[in-house]
Design a protein around this ligand. Sequence first.
Ligand code: FE2
Length: 220
Amino acid sequence: MTTGLDRRGLVLGGLGLGVALGAARGARAQEVPTASQIEGPFYPYDLPQEHDADLVRVGSDDAPAMGQVTHVFGTVWTTGATPLGGALVEIWQCDANGRYRHPDDLETSRTPDLRFQGYGRTLAGRDGSFRFRTIRPVSYAVSGTDIVRAPHIHVAVSTRGVRRLTSQLYIAGEALNDRDVALASVTNPAQRSGLIRPYQDGGVFEAGAQMVRYDLMVVI
Ligand SMILES: [Fe+2]
């Protein structure tokens, strides 16, 4: 496990991680390619100065971002049930107020949470595993439309500098899932279930946190 969440001394590779990821290793590999989803308008133009895998803390500010801390983890697979070690995994999402940390998010009715990093990246370990510390995403209205998005986390996977997957990750049980404009494009049941995962108690990682596992399969 090589994800670098340890900037603030958060210990990775410890008991909690082993417990959580043990289930991933014991599980069968993701059997269908992860469904693609639109990138959306808020992928960073330039790599932000801070872009580590802990999106809850920014800079020297000890106060965390608003929102429900959530540990997002999983394994990147490729065909043949092969873990894709070393893959670059990126996530980006809105903050607890529904704002993206992006110059094109001009929605003034919602106050940005400057303590939320908004974007992070990490390299999958040799076993394909990855983990982020972020917040549970919230729904938001798309500016200038009557569209309300289901809570989601944007994700991208790249190898050797080539983008292999662009998708979005959802929360099981959210009522908005059934009428989300992006998720509607995924009709294959196995692919839908790969994108819509249950959030669970994440106490093995951190008191009061939630956790969710998304296994990703990319075709190279
Ligand atoms: Fe989005």
